[in-house]
Design a protein around this ligand. Sequence first.
Ligand code: DC
Length: 223
Amino acid sequence: MKVINVAIDGPAGAGKSTIAKAASRQLGYIYIDTGALYRTVGLNALRKGIDIQNDAAVAGTLTDELSVELKFVDGEQRMFLCGEDVSAAIRTPEASMAASRVSAVPEVRKYLFDLQKNLAKTNNCIMDGRDIGTVVLPEADVKIFLTASPEARALRRHKELIEKGMETPYEEVLADMIKRDYDDSHRAIAPLKQADDAVLCDTSKLTLEESITLVIDTIKSKI
Ligand code: DC
């Protein structure tokens, strides 16, 4: 039976993981969050106490002893670092920063490439990330570039922060969003970029429910 692969890429704060998770549940596909892989490699680098600004030092953490595994427990993706479940530990602000840094190191991208390819080979899946449609799964059956204006994404992020009791000014959230967009799309290796054959889904003016419907309808129209 042919395996269906859906690639969803887009900038930070576009709602990729929430939307991809809901869409995969409805379609009966597995959802693969590739950012979690970079986060796990980043966490390992932090724990090793190396200088994560140093590319060679980061590449040096990719030894035979390193084991990064992605497993599904009750249908949910969980990350294991050398056998330890680090699914919660990779969500701290420090791990986010480390993930962003190590994701710019070519050896790290190469290290995680086969893992992502193999997961897609054997499973109907929606895989989300930054370079899935362009680098990891250029042959994906459906490619979606999910985005929203920086202002819409910053507004959503600002609301989430307030709900968590963090009073960051909206202007600061917006400035961070614009900087991250710039960094992600201007890095030398695998920059964030819409694949030529990706469908653009702009959720700036859509609710979450409408965004999920748009993504599911787009997938169904292509398979
Ligand atoms: O989606 P996220 O925030 O969990 O991703 C963590 C970091 O990993 C982020 O800085 C971008 C990077 N990343 C990447 O370079 N390529 C991917 N396919 C997924 C994430």
